[in-house]
Design a protein around this ligand. Sequence first.
Ligand SMILES: Cc1cc2nc3c(=O)[nH]c(=O)nc-3n(C[C@H](O)[C@H](O)[C@H](O)COP(=O)(O)O)c2cc1C
Length: 466
Amino acid sequence: MIWREYHEQTKHSRESLRRNRHFLDWANMPDPFRHYDGAPVIDLPASPAVPETLRAARDGAEFFSSLLFHSAAISAAKLVPSTGYRYALRVNPSSGNLHPTEFHFSARGVAGWPDGHYHYRPSSHMAEHRATGPFPLEGIEAPVVFVLTSIAWREAWKYQSRAYRYCCHDIGHARESLAMAAREMGCSVRVEDSFDDDAIAAGLRLHSDEWPMLLVALSGGAIPLEPREHSGPAAWTPGEANELSPIRVPYPWIDRVHEAAKAPRTQFSAAPVKASEGIALPEPARCERPFAESVRGRRSALDFMGGARPISLAQLSALLASTALGAQGRLELYLYAHRVTGLEPGVYRFTPGSRRLDLVKTGDQQVMAAALSLGQQLAGNCCVAFSMIARLGPSDRDYRIAHFEAGATGQRLYVTAERLGLRATGIGAFFDDEVHRYLGIDPDAGRQVIYHFAIGYPVHDPRLEA
Ligand SMILES: Cc1cc2nc3c(=O)[nH]c(=O)nc-3n(C[C@H](O)[C@H](O)[C@H](O)COP(=O)(O)O)c2cc1C
């Protein structure tokens, strides 16, 4: 078991921040976009249909365009006024906007779309055609299979060894972004987190800086199918992966924890959550804003308004319902309720399954929530902040999967917040031990804080361009 050591090494504490001598080497910043130079590309049509109305796509180009436009494409830009530097933002969020996640996919029998293996190029909304013929993903029978990969160096460039945690969160966000768009199109979604990592990496001819993390198989719904003759073995096109920076700085802790996480997962059996007698949540508020508009318009709030304006308990209920956390799941949520109508300010524990809140601490939590989130004010200015607590076993693969779950939960919260007229921000930076102490969580009993989150009314972000 490596994860405990890795987690310990990558904790934030006042001491670790004081000791850190890291600075950002802009000349060596990894390119946020991977390209396979020389690979043939398929242009995906601009302005595709919205997923909620697309019931049967005409062809593969229409299907993949709508799916990726609403899950992984560029959706806005930010301008840094002092330097004039403009950078792209995407539908799926990413810690530090560094985007370690790449979307690869294989297609079989999709109408008007050659069988083969593809890489999505978000910078121009195109599919790079890397191989023709079937791609062997053992045991997965689906016309479309995504392979989500991480380039940890992109994230480590800024966040050093802690970056592996963020890569896993980002994979969870990306997976749920993809799954939500696919479900809107009526597709079935199957997530596969157990596979032979090295075999997939070799089968996909991935660059050594890129690691497969999660498979997502799609079938049914709007995917247009046509009968196909069995094609021969895969034939690779000439594309070569671009080098992302002049030097790749090694982070041995990331390599160690990733290597350990390649081992098969164990059967996860979290103790069931105790039934709660706490405050019953009302019917969830209706999500009025349409799906496509919400995911394309989703942004992280730079900060929140503070002040007195609350969210309603029904809105909180909708947010919590959207997390779809079951009583047997890996995650529990602790809420720092600052301004929710009908709820005394305090810390509450959300009991998944029962849809109730248990009071843990009373009193104003604004200063404490911000302090625990590495002093980031947005955790105090929001209406409600969250600590996501994972129940972890000895398996290193489970450690990685728990971070995927936290990211996926965050993605549902992001999109539901937008649909309710609110805004959210994921928070990967927090003082680990202090959160445990404050909430009374015993890490030795296999519980760890792995993600923070904030939701409320955003301040204007002057850098943002639509
Ligand atoms: C895993 C994760 C951790 C994040 N941590 C922080 C954080 O600690 N503080 C913060 O202000 N934003 C944080 N963010 C928000 C990102 O900075 C934001 O997603 C990114 O800049 C892209 O902007 P967008 O979400 O508007 O696309 C985090 C996002 C993710 C996905």
